[in-house]
Design a protein around this ligand. Structure first.
Ligand code: HEM
Length: 500
């Protein structure tokens, strides 16, 4: 039966015609969405510098946006003006989705279990070396073993993330150039990956020109490495270049050098801020909760303690089986998913399922062609209707299935017919879930295992060496960058463990 009353979702009230709700959304999207939900329900449209953005909240909203057909709700139309100048041509959102899906498959080859196994020791080495270096992290530079030192958690995590990602995924050539050519180019590219670039793709600004020059230079830098690798023949490295060189599209054509280069840039950008933000938030919460730090440390002792009182290295398989560590990362991503807004461009009018929202009993909302749709897993991940003490960092949600917090979540899941998987990584693989820090559906993150590995190894290696405390409360979210970061000050106090 055709619905009697098709209508557009309600529009959020705003005073300024073009700017619309840009200020409220830009400063604090989470509270903006919550306030709108009070007034308008789970589906509403707001104006963002002339764009019409229809938000769909909750697990059902996530499903509507992330489970939509890519011919109707399209990612490349939403993102390409931001990403293509940074990543470069012929990859990701600069190509039709079928081609990008092939590229995602190629990247998965580079993220094979065999490669991930090889990475644990490398990351451990990098973190140790970083912490042993007085200039970075003065663990060994202090006079008295009882002294507390301090560090800015975001600066430290940004450095460690790029060191470990280049040592593993990006490969030895990138790692060896990190402190010279590479970091300047990286900074220039990164300066072109901001909300301003998303909102206004073509401003005559110096940062836009620097971004474009850096893309050309960075592409040359990678192409040079790729050509040398091709000339050297057989490649036994466990990195992404080694994996991509061997891949061919279904029509038989191999990946071109510039495509490999641009995929590497895309992976660098996708992994750098997401991992460094998550690592920062994780350490802030560990420092805030000394009992969590102690539980993490005891877990290391239990699994890796040796008779002589030391801690041995861990394997990838062992890392995946550490319940406290897993819960810390999971709970961090629940409270601080680095990506607060996932967008798609609406290519054709699309109806909102009435179970999500409807104007009346017999009516249906239609989101018109030309709108954007937006899912925000942050909202469902902090929804008090789903999570007990939703704002609280509580690892027992994940470590203690019989605990009150886990039971509350289970009650929600049972009522809503959701299957919860307590294994390593995702809570649920479907598109309808209140917990989706890595997105869902065809655009779902392929870096999740790598991120858990990188963060898990980093946190373990640090916790083995130092105790952490917090000076000030856990900072508020800064939403003015593409990836949600902690506001300053974000200082952590640390003290070297005595046995060391
Ligand atoms: C996609 C989150 C780390 C590569 C996504 C999406 C999210 C996400 C939410 C979906 C975007 C959308 O649907 O529009 C995260 C988080 C990370 C992380 C929270 C770390 C804590 C990484 C890393 C890599 C990576 C380390 C690479 C090694 C990708 C790729 C996509 C993706 C290739 C696919 C984009 C698409 O298909 O459109 N990620 N990511 N991510 N991520 Fe991640």
């Amino acid at each position: 039966v055709a619905p009697k009353d098709p209508s557009k979702p309600p529009t959020v009230f705003h005073w300024l015609p073009i700017i619309g709700s840009a200020v409220g959304y830009g400063n604090d999207p989470l509270n903006f969405f919550l306030a709108c939900r009070e007034k308008y329900g789970d589906v509403f449209t707001f104006i963002l510098f002339g764009r019409r953005v229809t938000v769909a909240l909750g697990a059902k909203g996530n499903n509507f946006v992330l489970g939509g057909k890519s011919t109707v709700l399209n990612a490349e139309d939403a993102y390409t003006h931001l990403t293509t100048p940074v990543f470069g041509k012929d990859v990701v959102y600069d190509v039709p989705n079928e081609k990008f899906m092939e590229q995602k498959r190629f990247v998965k080859v580079g993220l094979s279990t065999e490669n991930l196994r090889a990475y644990v020791g490398m990351i451990e080495d990098e973190v140790e070396e970083y912490m042993n270096n007085d200039a970075n992290f003065r663990v060994y530079g202090m006079n008295d073993i009882n002294d507390w030192g301090m560090f800015d958690v975001v600066s430290v995590l940004q450095e460690i993330t790029i060191l470990t990602a280049s040592r593993t995924l990006q490969g030895k050539e990138v790692r060896s150039k990190l402190d010279k050519t590479f970091s300047q180019l990286y900074n220039d590219l990164d300066g072109g990956f901001t909300p301003l670039n998303f909102l206004f793709p073509n401003l005559p600004l110096e940062s836009y020109r620097r971004r474009d020059r850096a893309n050309v230079k960075m592409t040359e830098f990678y192409v040079d490495i790729i050509q040398k690798r091709r000339q050297a023949g057989a490649d036994s490295d466990h990195d992404m270049i080694a994996a991509l060189i061997k891949q061919t599209y279904r029509d038989g054509t191999p990946l071109k050098d510039h495509e490999i280069a641009h995929i590497l840039i895309a992976l660098l950008m996708a992994g750098q801020h997401t991992s460094s933000a998550t690592g920062s938030w994780a350490l802030l919460h560990i420092a805030e909760n000394p009992d969590v730090g102690e539980a993490l440390y005891q877990e290391q002792v239990k699994y890796f303690g040796t008779p002589d009182g030391n801690l041995r290295s861990m394997t990838y398989e062992e890392l995946r089986e550490l319940p406290v560590l897993d819960a810390v990362i999971r709970e961090t991503l629940r409270l601080h998913p680095p990506i607060h807004s996932i967008m798609r461009y609406v290519r054709d009018d699309v109806s909102v399922p009435p179970s999500l929202a409807a104007p009346s009993k017999d009516g249906v909302f239609v989101v018109p062609k030309g709108h954007y749709v937006l899912a925000s897993p942050s909202v469902s991940q902090m929804d008090p209707r789903v999570w007990m003490d939703a704002q609280r960092f509580d690892v027992s949600r994940w470590t203690d299935p019989d605990g009150v917090a886990a039971q509350a979540f289970k009650a929600y899941a049972d009522e809503n017919g959701e299957k919860i998987d307590y294994g390593f990584g995702a809570v649920s693989k479907g598109t309808e879930s209140p917990y989706q820090p890595f997105g869902a559906g065809r655009h779902r993150c392929i870096g999740e295992q790598f991120a858990y590995l990188q963060l898990g190894t980093l946190i373990s290696t640090m916790i083995r060496k130092v105790e952490l405390r917090l000076k000030d409360p856990v900072p508020a979210h800064n939403y003015h960058t593409m990836i949600v970061m902690p506001k300053k000050p974000r200082t952590i106090l640390y003290r070297r463990r005595k046995f060391d």
